[in-house]
Design a binder for this molecule. Structure first.
Ligand code: ATP
Ligand code: MG
Length: 446
């Protein structure tokens, strides 16, 4: 296949510099694949016959990012490029790490250690595409195929199974039959992969154009090892006037409707995960899921901690899961109370979660709900514009003011402030120091 790839000048400079010193150098991997597909590559990786020491000698600014694996980051005009020495991986001892990394002078050997044919293509201006495993043909037919025997490749590094799903979600490709069958029979190996690597692949799937490829994680049996809590969702119908899908279908639809944001899409994945565990069916045969947000919070908390999410993200996601179903009416008091519960930093995100959730329910009520949501948004903007009080920080009196009024420090003050805040959420005009102190006078002080 003849193709001209527009390599950015800084990457081209690195390749030319290496070649001028008699080394071989190519762009490789995702950037070649994306260029062939007409997509904009996220980054430009370079592979070379030069050793890390030789790379470092040729460029003024370098960082030893992955020197153990032969990777040096070269910085040109402030942009970073990963430059990796042609490599051949030794034996894989534990389904994840090669026991040794050997450098090689052969680009074909380097390409043969890469995961999929679509990722095993190199290119430079002079030589064009180097494509010993016919990756370009697989790109054309939208096929994910391992380089070499799938069983062997998935045994070497079990993360590749999840990467196959990830590329299928990002590129809208299909795994070729033997690759898919091999994932099915090797799914259990994913247990040997670190939680962080699994989390990052799941996040990429969630943020892709086709997050519905989560089905593939179920279909390939990977789900049972990655997130067993999610499995019952696939077998839980929702016979309820608000729903037309079973729980898993609803969750996946809600992800598709949600903004491509890590916190929002993880929230959608987890918001109803508790439903199968609290389902009841009434005499009329209608299903109910009372208290499901709390069960979802409990399950989501253990999943997110197991996947080693940072505490800030966990806190945000759990709060959104907890509040995803609260009743917000398009009236200012109801909106102020909801902003108070979510916090003003999360409220707008909560509305996005709300919208994605509603869009994935029955279309019968959608128009009405979107109208109400728009009103809620407008009311929220007005509350913010007017600077109305929505939390203790915005209250016109402080704990110290109440101490001066003779309130006993501690729980009494906390209760008094909470009551005053409740009054102000109902009626913002009360948020004046004189008025609030007057109201407080009616409360017992000791
Ligand atoms: P992205 O667009 O997400 O960066 P990518 O294809 O560049 O996609 P990376 O994870 O950045 O994927 O990896 C860069 C290249 O390194 C891949 O294209 C592939 O050739 C190789 N590679 C990465 N991870 C593995 C792996 N686990 N096993 C084999 N080869 C891998
Ligand atoms: Mg990449």
């Amino acid at each position: 296949m003849k193709i001209d790839i527009n390599i950015p000048p800084d990457a081209e400079f690195i390749i030319e510099t290496l070649k001028a010193s008699n080394h071989k150098a190519y762009i490789v991997g995702g950037c070649v694949r994306d260029s062939i597909m007409g997509r904009v590559p996220a980054d430009w990786d370079i592979t070379t016959s030069a050793t890390p020491c030789e790379i470092k000698e040729l460029f003024t600014k370098t960082i030893d990012t992955g020197i153990k694996h032969g990777t040096i980051t070269v910085v040109i005009n402030g942009s970073c490029f990963e430059v990796t020495t042609f490599r051949q991986d030794g034996e894989y001892a534990d389904n994840r790490h090669p026991s040794a990394v050997n450098y090689t002078k052969s680009i074909v050997e380097d390409l043969s250690r890469r995961d999929f044919t679509i990722n095993a293509i190199a290119y430079n201006k002079e030589e064009g595409l180097l494509d010993p495993f016919s990756g370009a043909v697989d790109i054309q037919s939208k096929t994910i195929r391992t380089v070499g025997q799938p069983d062997k490749r998935f045994n070497e590094d079990a993360l590749r199974m999840l990467r196959a799903v990830r590329f299928s979600a990002q590129l809208c490709f299909e795994a070729e039959r033997s690759t898919l069958e091999s994932i099915l029979s090797n799914a259990a190996l994913i247990k040997n992969i670190s939680a962080e690597r699994i989390r990052d692949e799941l996040t990429k799937i969630l943020l892709s154009d086709n997050p519905d490829r989560l089905w593939l994680i179920k279909k390939t049996n990977l789900m049972g090892y990655i997130m067993p809590e999610f499995l019952p969702c696939f077998d839980t119908p929702q016979n309820n006037p608000y729903h037309v899908y079973n729980v898993a279908e609803h969750i996946i639809k809600s992800i598709q409707y949600a903004e491509k944001d890590k916190i929002i899409r993880w929230t959608m994945l987890l918001h109803d995960i508790g439903k199968p565990y609290v389902k009841t069916t009434d005499k009329k045969g209608i299903d109910h899921f009372y208290g499901h947000p709390f069960k979802s919070v409990a399950l989501a908390g253990s999943i997110l901690r197991r996947l080693r999410f940072d505490t800030k993200s966990i806190h945000k996601i759990l709060k959104l899961v907890e509040l995803h179903d609260i009743d917000i009416k398009p009236d200012p008091t109801s909106v102020r109370k909801a902003v108070n519960r979510a916090g003003s930093d999360l409220f707008e995100i909560l509305l996005k979660v709300y919208e994605a959730d509603k869009r994935a329910q029955t279309p019968d009520f959608l128009e009405e709900r979107l109208k109400s949501l728009k009103e809620i948004r407008d009311i929220y903007l007005e509350i913010m514009e007017k600077g109305q009080c929505v939390d203790l920080k915005g209250l016109a009196v402080t704990g110290d003011d109440l101490v001066r009024e003779g309130f006993e420090e501690g729980i009494k003050i906390k209760n008094a402030l909470d009551k005053l805040l409740a009054d102000v959420l109902n009626n913002p005009e009360l948020n004046r120091k004189d008025i609030l102190l007057n109201i407080a006078k009616k409360y017992t002080r000791r």
